[in-house]
Design a protein. Structure first.
Length: 197
């Protein structure tokens, strides 16, 4: 009987023949470890998208940048301080000008009070004293008193007379025809005076 020998030949042929299936082999790994077997730590040294490594900045460069930023900060701080100082000075000047204009407008009232007192009207002297006291507290100063030296910055000479004294050299105020006023050191109106020289 040849059947058993045929069967054994069949079994031997199936084990070593070309149609035999390959033995179980390990499947190739997929993942980051298998992506680049040559690199041990892929992505650890990469600094940007191109894969080039970024060197740490030089200490001298960092110090130069720090000094530049510090200079900019100091310059901006100084400019802001100057701007704030100029703004405060401008606001102070505006307030002083507004007060000066108001005081100048009130000189008419003071002149009216002075004329009423000189004509003997009763009750006006108290109003004049109160108004003059308030304005003096804010910076008003009266210009022009008798026997003070003549100053063209504060006095306006409209009349003159000869002095009886021989030794008098500088002209002096002999009479005040209209009172002058100054506001915080600035002349609002010079005093109209008669000068003796």
């Amino acid at each position: 009987m040849n059947a058993p020998s045929d069967v054994s030949e069949l079994e031997a042929g199936s084990a070593s023949g070309p149609e035999s299936e390959p033995a179980d082999e390990p499947e190739p790994e997929s993942g980051p470890a298998a992506a680049d077997p040559g690199s041990e730590d892929s992505g650890a040294g990469a600094g940007d998208a191109t894969g080039a490594e970024v060197e740490p900045p030089d200490l001298a460069t960092v110090i130069a940048e720090r000094d530049a930023y510090l200079e900019d900060l100091q310059r901006v701080t100084a400019e802001f301080t100057n701007f704030r100082r100029q703004t405060m000075r401008r606001n102070t000047e505006l307030v002083a000008q507004a007060a000066s204009r108001l005081a100048k407008e009130l000189l008419v009232v003071l002149d009216a009070c002075e004329a009423a007192v000189s004509q003997g009207v009763e009750g006006i002297d108290a109003v004049q004293a109160q108004l003059l006291g308030v304005l003096t507290g804010e910076g008003l100063a009266v210009l022009g008193t008798v026997d003070e030296p003549f100053d063209p910055g504060f006095h306006e000479a409209v009349m003159s007379e000869e002095s009886g004294a021989d030794g008098q050299s500088a002209p002096v105020v002999s009479d005040v025809l209209r009172t002058g006023y100054a506001w915080n050191g600035r002349v609002l109106r010079p005093a109209m005076v008669k000068v003796r020289s």
